[in-house]
Design a protein around this ligand. Sequence first.
Ligand SMILES: Cc1cc2nc3c(=O)[nH]c(=O)nc-3n(C[C@H](O)[C@H](O)[C@H](O)COP(=O)(O)OP(=O)(O)OC[C@H]3O[C@@H](n4cnc5c(N)ncnc54)[C@H](O)[C@@H]3O)c2cc1C
Ligand code: FES
Length: 501
Amino acid sequence: MTSTSIWMDVHIMPNTESLVGETECDVAVIGSGIAGISTAYELCKRGKSVIVIDRGRIAGGMTSRTSAHLAPLCDDLVSEMVSIKGLEATTLFCDSHAAAVDRIEEIQKNENIDCDFRRLDGYLFQGRGMPADIIEKELGAVREVGAPVDRLMGVPFSGCESRQVLRYPRQAAFHPLKYLAGVTKACQKNGATFLANSPVEEVGEKDGTVTVKTARGVIRAKYAVVATNSSISDRFAIHTKTAPYRTYVMAFEIERGALPDALYWDTEDPYHYVRLQPGPGQTDFVLVGGEDHKSATADDADTRFGKLETWARDLIPALGKETHRWSGQVLETVDYAGFIGRDPGGSNIYVAMGDSGQGLTHGVMGAMLNTGLILGEDHPWKDLYAPGRIPLKAAKNFVAENTTAIKSFAEYVASGEIGSLGELKPGHGAIVRRGLEKIAAYRDSSGGLHLNSASCSHVGCHLHFNSFETCWDCPCHGSMFDVDGCPINAPAIGPLGEVKE
Ligand SMILES: Cc1cc2nc3c(=O)[nH]c(=O)nc-3n(C[C@H](O)[C@H](O)[C@H](O)COP(=O)(O)OP(=O)(O)OC[C@H]3O[C@@H](n4cnc5c(N)ncnc54)[C@H](O)[C@@H]3O)c2cc1C
Ligand code: FES
């Protein structure tokens, strides 16, 4: 089965034009995922002229690969965040994500967006073989931050009747692309312009004007908001404080009513989750996900999907046939909070990145915060998410994540994964050494070779092939490239270096 998410059949603005020539606006928003579209919405509702520009199709990035839980509590555990950021900052974090869920609820209501939005309970349950004290510790931390929580015994899964459980009321779920289709329409009604298939090559700033350049045009604006998932405007400073993780999701059919509509997570590491999505007739979809790993450190998607399915079928015997499987990437930050606000290197350029597993609420909350800052307002969340902050208490995580880059550069002296290009089978990719050069080689199903440098065009980390997604993943800061070397995920802007056959 190829990688396709349950949301991807919703095409938002399929006939969007691309940028040609020169144009102007108050704010140029780069990236049309949930962060970019939400930013456009907040700004144009407050009277700003906005252009949203994307490298590919509208909302075709990580937002189309999400699992779409709207869960405001820190998904790396509230107790863990309190230990790094303290009680006050963690409380602010949870409040800000809860405000994002409220905002989504309000927008879908005000704009009449039919997107399956609903409030429901979330259950964190003791994973198989996991100690109960994780639940105990988490209960204490969640109570301390003032979020509603109850302690229960058991979730409605087979064999989980006596597991320790925390119930979080007023979580939510929705269909993210149906939601964004509605928000996009509302933006257009308020004068915003959307441009697709326009990779931004440069974001610059001079004399109070920001310029956003593509190969065929330029936008001049008073401000830019870089919402490219991993920032393209900051070359290194923020990137050293984040790390990309690949994560997997499967969808299965289930008879409506066989499982209560709720969000479920376990405490295993890596964790698993389950949620429902309304389907046609009397059928719903069960989304099952997890099995995360650091990007480009494993190429075993089939094994991970196999583990997810076994885990899910053991717990939910009513699970029907598989309908979709896909993977995507999230950016974990060293102190669990994202980076939102003025780019450390600019004065009129703002960023929103470091989504973690809560990138949807992060995107909506980032839109609220960046809009406030652009309009000159003070904001209580400003310092928590400040892109230039130095998270001293997270020094251990900072060092751990940055050894990835050191290990990656060390790979250039290792031999290739195969001895010669002749060994490469159709549909496979591998690293080949030729003299001092490392080549990212892919052979397509007709036998054609696609050769590129194995050095990431961002800052040069060593790439690895991802067989399931048929792309090259960078372990360092989130870039991904197609087999012809074109970037498909930021922060990379340029293509991979060319290599002659
Ligand atoms: C499998 C999975 C499950 C997840 N589950 C959840 C969940 O349950 N709850 C939750 O809150 N979050 C979840 N997340 C995280 C969340 O989905 C993402 O963090 C969020 O959608 C990211 O939104 P974004 O707008 O920042 O990025 P994107 O959606 O990736 O948008 C960025 C856009 O920028 C564009 N772009 C990049 N470079 C350029 C350039 N040079 N020029 C022009 N455009 C450019 C891209 O084409 C893209 O469209 C999950 C993520 C994954 C992968
Ligand atoms: S993403 Fe930074 S080096 Fe590849």
